[in-house]
Ligand binder design. Structure first.
Ligand code: PSU
Ligand code: MN
Length: 313
């Protein structure tokens, strides 16, 4: 028999006192992912954005719960120092849901993607989560079979993910089809078009639209009441018109980014950070501003939804 190795109790998920207190009293909490901080935005801007996002949640009347793994311990709610580690520590890994167990066992530190964040948040009892853009089906899927683990996880967790659609570097129609197959609800927020992350619209329609945070909260409560196997709700919130990337610039630079990715043989987990970084460098930072604007809008809306959900529950 191989020797049984125990996972130390100090590696069990830790919920911060502030988040625990809010959850215990049914007060609104918004989960925030950390991969966008560690791997999606350049330093040192990333730490400023991470702090600003937490501030926006508070201003909206909810408690922020940024999620990451530090020294093998999943953490739901980070203090200032922990947030700074996620933003600035060299070698911080990118952890999808499947990476959580190896990271815990190895005592590793990493930022959590949508899949890992949704998993940890839902288990802690958090109902609303904000991010920038979901992962999805990559354009080269027929060769690479690269589909983000985000989708599979969202098919299994009852959590609302407020996002600006899926990243436009992806195959958007294929991703929408997968969301349908996986039974993941999609609700446009004040739009009948699925947003295009940096752009207000991807050109694809959505079947359902909500006009207010209260309407979104009503859908969450309907999910609760209907019961059955859990699945997520994607709340697709377009970037404000004035802050979207110029669509012509977007299309031009994206084509170059996809070519560079193929030429340099980038694969696996590295693909998304590579494409996002290429876009930042080749739009003179404009894609970064659109990305940050989208995330800000999502975080604000997520706080409103969490407040509406908590007050009516
Ligand atoms: N949205 C952003 N920036 C990001 C991401 C989303 O605005 O960096 C991250 C999320 O953490 C998402 C991940 O879960 O990219 C998807 O990566 P992959 O395609 O390797 O699953
Ligand atoms: Mn991938």
């Amino acid at each position: 028999m191989p020797e049984k190795r125990e996972v130390p109790a100090g590696r069990l998920p830790a919920v911060s006192d502030e988040v625990r207190e809010a959850l215990d009293h049914g007060r609104p909490v918004v989960a925030l992912e950390s991969t966008i901080i560690a791997h999606g935005l350049p330093r040192p801007r990333n730490l400023a954005v991470a702090e600003e996002l937490e501030q926006l949640v508070r201003a909206g009347g909810a408690v922020p719960a940024t999620i990451a793994v530090l020294d093998g311990r999943p953490r739901i709610g980070l203090d200032k120092e922990q947030l700074a580690r996620v933003a600035g520590e060299d070698g911080i890994r990118k952890l999808g849901h499947r990476d959580l167990a190896p990271a815990v066992a190895a005592g590793a530190s990493g930022a959590t993607t949508v899949s890992a964040t949704a998993f940890l948040a839902a288990r802690a009892g958090i109902r609303v989560f904000a991010t920038g853009g979901l992962g999805g089906v990559h354009r080269e899927w027929t060769h690479t079979q690269d589909e983000s683990a985000d989708l599979r996880l969202l098919a299994r967790e009852r959590i609302a993910v407020v996002c600006a659609g899926v990243k436009s570097v992806l195959d958007v129609p294929a991703t929408l089809q997968r969301l349908e197959t996986l039974g993941i609800g999609v609700l446009g927020f004040r739009t009948t078009q699925f947003p295009g992350f940096y752009l207000r619209s991807s050109g694809e329609p959505v079947d359902w639209t909500a006009g207010s945070a209260e309407e979104v909260a009503a859908v969450l409560r309907a999910q609760d009441v209907l019961g059955g196997p859990p699945s997520a709700l994607v709340v697709a919130n377009p970037v404000p018109e004035a802050e979207q990337l110029d669509p012509a610039l977007h299309d031009r630079v994206l084509a170059g980014a996809l070519e560079a990715c193929a030429r340099e043989g980038v694969s696996g987990q590295a693909v998304t950070p590579f494409l996002l970084d290429h876009l930042v460098r080749h739009t003179g930072g404009a894609s970064l501003e659109a990305n940050v604007a989208a995330v800000r809008g999502n975080v604000r809306l997520a706080a409103e939804v969490a407040v509406a959900y908590a007050s009516a529950s």
